[in-house]
Design a protein around this ligand. Structure first.
Ligand SMILES: NC(=O)c1ccc[n+]([C@@H]2O[C@H](COP(=O)([O-])OP(=O)(O)OC[C@H]3O[C@@H](n4cnc5c(N)ncnc54)[C@H](O)[C@@H]3O)[C@@H](O)[C@H]2O)c1
Length: 386
């Protein structure tokens, strides 16, 4: 009997060996579909520490480079993983694509929507390469369960949502990297950096936004340029309405919360958990209105059970789950030539929603999402120094 050939391991170069670059290294050295063959960073100490961390996990020591072009030309990688400050993402992704590498880009896709749309076009023009953007919470069992219920029509139609990210970041956090809290490299504050995960989930569940109205403020961090509090209302093309609230000035931080409300069912995701899910019967007649919500059962455990089975990291590493599951999706995309679960186009639309929040706050007007996507508000940002 002929034994099946094992699938080839995907060789990854990690570009940016800071906080999240090390997290990617932890996932990729454990994940059977990948190995880390090279690292790139402008900081020699960061490179040395990351190479050592990989060797400490029993994996082969990767090559190290201070120059991205040299690493891409080395021929030692199939996949570039971009984990540098946000404002560098697209330029580096373009260099990797030009070297014929598959690409994974950390969130946000970039800080500049024009550049983000450029890489989305480049990805469309290179269907033989996989270009994906990290949005690991889409792969959490809680999100997957709610998405499955939505896809089966078990919420009826979604009518409203509340997305809240009440987090705290200290001055020391912002001081830990010169790029943090700057418009040029972070691209924004509580919405662009921290809230974008929940903003992306909101858009994933509710579809394309139509109009956005927002206010932002900088209330608790003197040393940054960007907002630490933001609130917005979003009207979607479906007619659904949502409230967005993101802050890094909410001591001591509580779990991000996304509540989705529909005509026949609802879900609440708190942190990575599915706190509540009520799904209508599979044979739902949308013309029939439920009588009262008073006796609605919580079906979360049952839907989590269905969503929770596939994939997952080795025991003892729960913090790696989201990225691990997204890498399952990336491995499928790279090896089978299929579209990844989160494309650059998808991430560009989430970035556009963040940009729409800033455009509305800066102009103190309601803005059209389509106009933002079309480039009307390029570079417009709130002045928080007044
Ligand atoms: N998905 C998530 O949950 C998550 C979490 C944290 C950060 N992030 C994202 O990851 C990115 C990096 O964040 P971080 O917290 O790891 O930042 P960090 O400052 O800890 O690390 C950035 C690294 O990039 C290196 N670098 C800077 N310029 C470079 C260049 N030109 N070429 C190569 N390397 C360069 C720096 O030396 C540093 O080691 C950001 O876009 C952030 O939004 C995502």
């Amino acid at each position: 009997m002929i034994s099946p050939t094992p699938p080839p391991v995907i060789r990854a170069v990690i570009i940016g060996c800071g906080v999240i670059g090390l997290h990617h290294a932890s996932v990729l050295t454990r994940h059977p579909a990948f190995e880390v063959t090279a690292l790139v960073d402008v900081s020699e100490p960061a490179l040395a520490a990351a190479a050592q961390a990989i060797a400490d996990q029993g994996a082969p020591r990767p090559q190290v480079f201070t120059d991205l072009a040299e690493a891409c030309a080395s021929g030692d990688a199939d996949l570039a993983v971009i984990t540098t400050p946000s404002g560098m993402h697209v330029d580096q992704a373009e260099a990797a694509l030009a070297a014929n590498l598959h690409v994974v880009i950390e969130k946000p896709l970039d800080v500049d929507l024009g550049r983000a749309l450029r890489i989305a076009d480049a990805a469309d023009a290179a269907p033989h390469l996989s270009v994906s953007v990290i949005s690991q919470h889409r792969f959490d069992p809680a999100s997957a369960a709610a998405r499955a219920a939505l896809d089966e029509g078990r919420f009826g139609s979604l009518t409203s949502a509340i997305a809240s990210v009440p987090w705290y970041r200290s001055d020391a956090y912002y001081a830990s990297g010169a790029w943090r809290g700057t418009w040029r490299m972070d691209g924004g504050g509580a919405v662009m950096n921290q809230g974008i995960h929940t903003v992306d989930l909101l858009r994933w569940f509710l579809g394309r936004p139509l109009q956005v109205s927002a206010r932002v403020a900088r209330l608790a961090h003197a040393g940054i340029q960007v907002e630490d509090v933001a609130v917005a209302t979003v009207e979607f093309e479906s007619g659904a309405l949502a409230v967005v609230h993101c802050t890094t000035a909410a001591y001591p931080s509580q779990a991000a919360r996304l509540a989705l409300y529909g005509t026949h069912g609802s879900a609440v995701i708190e942190g990575d958990d599915l706190a509540f899910l009520h799904a209508a019967p599979a044979d739902l007649d949308p013309g029939t209105q439920p009588l009262t919500g008073a006796s609605a059962e919580n079906h979360a455990a049952e839907w989590l059970e269905k969503a929770g089975r596939a994939g997952g990291p080795p025991l003892g590493s729960p913090a790696l789950v989201g990225h691990w599951r997204q890498y399952d999706d990336i491995a499928r995309s790279v090896t089978r030539g299929e579209r990844p679960g989160v494309t650059a186009r998808d991430a560009a639309e989430s970035l556009a929603l963040v940009r729409a929040i800033y455009a509305s706050a800066a102009t103190r007007r309601t803005v059209d999402f389509g106009a933002v996507l079309g480039g009307d508000y390029e570079g417009v940002r709130p002045d928080l120094n007044g």
